[in-house]
Design a protein around this ligand. Structure first.
Ligand code: ADP
Ligand code: MG
Length: 324
């Protein structure tokens, strides 16, 4: 874009902030970053498209938060420390009120995690947002999806299912009380990336992933890349007080185990790490729950409340309900 365009003014007004941790931030042809010796550079990109990843009338401040949060969550899942972000914005029109609110949501979260926006791109088109996040992790110490071993415990952070309940409510698949809806909607719009947890799990977790597609699907990715299978016990999946009201119904169970957007971490550890995990719970003030075990074989099976297991595939929970 030329520098006389309204888009250039837009960048200057909304997206140019001092980047204390960069050699050079927004304004030149490239940002310049100084990488610490002995660290691996961790890089990830996530795009959010209006109508696909968020409702078109979403509150822009929530959207600014979420756009960065989903990327911070990828850093968390690798055990990396995020430092720098790039933001590619595609906007149907220039609406300064909307942009100011979006920028507030984005920068409030960026400040909380000491992340600097060091560059990006601004174009006209249907609303879409792409963030590239960069961070560091000690060389060789990143948490990968591929390290789960037979006999490992499977853990999740926080509680599972609230974000998916908010989406299901929107689509009329469940009906939530207004106060409950407000609470789960915040889980959907303003997820908490588990960055400190990811870092603390370095050297302890054998594999990790953040839960964006749903617990069973994302644990399935760990299994596939680790060449193992897993069993998850439905009864042990941590749900919020609101989730607990819905887990009794088949639809509610489906939402909890197969719904995504929680951005909690799912990770595996050797059973002799159980005490250390309890310590982490206290140290980081985050709920960590053992939900299953890594087994020989392939895929994730869900052990239902009736004690019967069912094989799960992508849409998998249907198999379970059909079998139970
Ligand atoms: P170029 O023509 O070289 O691509 P641009 O006009 O697109 O330059 O961008 C000018 C500067 O503003 C660059 O440093 C770029 O990284 C930054 N920038 C552009 N859009 C954004 C954005 N949405 N957020 C942050 N920085 C941006
Ligand atoms: Mg450009």
């Amino acid at each position: 874009m030329t520098h006389t365009s309204p888009e250039f003014e837009l960048i200057a007004r909304h997206f140019t902030r001092p980047a204390a941790n960069a050699v050079l931030g927004v304004g030149d042809d490239c940002a310049l970053l100084d990488i610490t010796h002995g660290m691996d550079l961790a890089v990830s990109t996530d795009t959010m498209v209006s109508g696909t990843h968020f409702f078109p009338d979403v509150n822009p401040e929530n959207l600014g938060h979420k756009t960065l949060a989903v990327n911070l969550s990828d850093m968390a899942a690798m055990g990396a420390t995020p430092y720098w972000a790039m933001l590619a914005l595609t906007l149907p029109k220039v609406d300064h009120d909307w942009l100011a609110a979006f920028a507030k949501g984005f920068f409030d979260l960026a400040e909380e995690f000491n992340v600097s926006l060091v560059g990006g791109d601004t174009t006209r088109g249907p609303l879409a947002l792409t963030v590239t996040i960069m961070g560091e992790v000690p060389a060789g110490a990143a948490l990968r999806r591929s390290g789960a071993k037979v006999g490992n415990d499977v853990w999740v952070s926080g509680s599972i299912g609230d974000a998916a309940l908010a989406i299901a409510h929107h689509h009329g698949r469940v009906k939530l009380e207004p106060a409950d809806h407000e609470e789960v909607a915040m889980r959907l719009y303003e997820p908490t990336p588990r960055v400190a947890l990811g870092q603390a799990l370095r050297g302890m977790a054998t594999a990790a992933i953040d839960i964006s597609d749903g617990l069973l699907a994302d644990l399935g990715h760990i299994c596939r890349l680790s060449g193992v299978g897993a069993t998850v016990e439905l009864a042990s999946i941590p749900v919020s007080a609101i989730g607990a009201k819905h887990i009794g119904s088949e639809e509610g169970r489906n939402i909890v185990v197969a719904g995504g957007d929680d951005y909690e971490l799912c990770f595996t550890t050797h059973p002799n790490s159980r005490e250390s995990i309890q310590d982490l719970t206290k140290m980081l003030d985050v709920r960590l729950t053992r939900v299953g075990q890594i087994k020989r074989g392939k895929g994730v099976s869900l052990l239902g409340l009736d004690g019967k297991a069912a094989k799960i595939d992508g849409r998998g929970y249907d198999h379970f309900s059909a079998a139970s």
